[in-house]
Design a protein around this ligand. Structure first.
Ligand code: PEP
Ligand code: MN
Length: 338
């Protein structure tokens, strides 16, 4: 951290700043300049509140050199992390994971039909929401435990690990027992109490980016899970809220190379929630593969017009098959398997 001090600061004030920093076990190097004096602070500065320091009338500005996240940071963990989700490995040079399935689990029959079709199309994981975070309390809220049961049955029959969203810690045991990859939705990305609970388990977590979260906030949420002891974290970009109403959200595809620079964690792209429109899903999915994503999450349904949730953005199984086929060619170009 670099602290730029104003000139003419009373000696005792300068000493007070230095004392506060060194009391935290950090070292301070002072450089005297012509217009400003500069303090270089070395050590684990994550405990330092830069805003608090900047609020001093003697400080001109404060600049962080290192990121506030440590466990998520590539600097301290240069190799890519590979997360094993029920036998499907995600990250590094592993084949690009395809998580496909309906937005919401609706019935046993539909669950089986969709699982069969997405498997046939080439999906490697089966997704489905049993507890749904709906904007309206009058919308379908999900089948809850029954939905999880139907997914478990689909896994038994089709052999794909299952991904489902956990909305609250009271259902954690049910998810640890039944779900291979616990999805934390955009709306819960900063539910810190829930993130702390996830740190206590070993089940892999798919952490979606919050509706308006910065990359740093998102990585700090991943840090919460890892700081608790769960290293199995996969990040998922699902579009952010911008001024543009044409698409449901704005897909921030640049996060793929950015996250790869900043972190060792795998990153998955969800073009379904990012665009909200099935006509846009394929191109964004292919772009995500080209950008270096480690996986895709694609909502797929056998009867999208009658889906109880997110039908407009759900692909037909044949469209998923085409997407995967084209994706294979692009994956090959970027040196990945699919
Ligand atoms: C979902 O995956 O169905 C979902 C609700 O996602 P998000 O949290 O990204 O909106
Ligand atoms: Mn959905």
């Amino acid at each position: 951290m670099i602290i730029t001090m104003k000139k003419g600061v009373p000696q005792q004030e300068t000493e007070a700043v230095i004392k506060r920093i060194t009391s935290l076990g950090l070292t301070v190097t002072e450089i005297e300049g012509t217009d400003f004096d500069v303090f270089g602070v070395v050590g684990n500065t994550t405990m330092l509140d830069d805003r608090q320091i900047a609020a001093s009338p003697y400080v001109d500005h404060v600049q962080r050199v290192s990121a506030p996240y440590k466990l998520v940071n590539r600097v301290f963990h240069p190799e890519d992390t590979v997360v094993d989700v029920g036998g499907v490995k995600i990250g590094a040079g592993q084949p690009i994971a395809i998580m496909a399935g309906p937005c919401a689990i609706e019935s046993r029959e539909l669950t089986q039909q969709i699982a069969e079709k997405v498997k046939e199309a080439g999906a490697t994981l089966f997704r489905g929401g049993a507890y749904k975070p709906r904007t309206s309390p009058y919308s379908f809220q999900g089948l809850e435990s029954k939905g999880i049961r139907y997914m478990v049955e689909a896994r038994e029959k089709y052999g794909m690990p299952i991904v489902s969203e956990l909305m609250s810690a009271d259902k954690l045991d049910e998810f640890v027992e039944n779900v291979d990859l616990i999805q934390i939705g955009a709306r819960n990305m900063q539910n810190f109490q829930l993130l702390k609970e996830l740190g206590r388990i070993k089940t892999p977590i798919l952490l979606k980016r919050g509706l308006s979260a910065t990359i740093e906030e998102w990585l700090m949420s991943a840090e919460y899970i890892m700081a608790g002891g769960n290293e199995n974290v996969i990040l998922c970009e699902r579009g952010i809220r911008t001024f543009e109403p044409y698409t449901r959200n704005t897909l921030d595809l640049s996060v793929v190379p950015i996250v790869k620079q900043r972190s060792h964690l795998p990153i998955v792209i969800d073009p379904s929630h990012a665009t909200g429109n099935r006509k846009l899903v394929e191109s964004m999915a292919l772009a995500a593969i080209a950008a270096g994503a480690d996986g895709l999450m694609i909502e797929t349904h056998v009867d999208p017009p009658h889906a109880s949730s997110d039908g407009a953005q759900s692909l037909y199984p044949e469209q998923l098959a085409t997407l995967i086929e084209k994706g294979r060619a692009i994956a090959h170009v970027v040196g990945r398997d699919l």
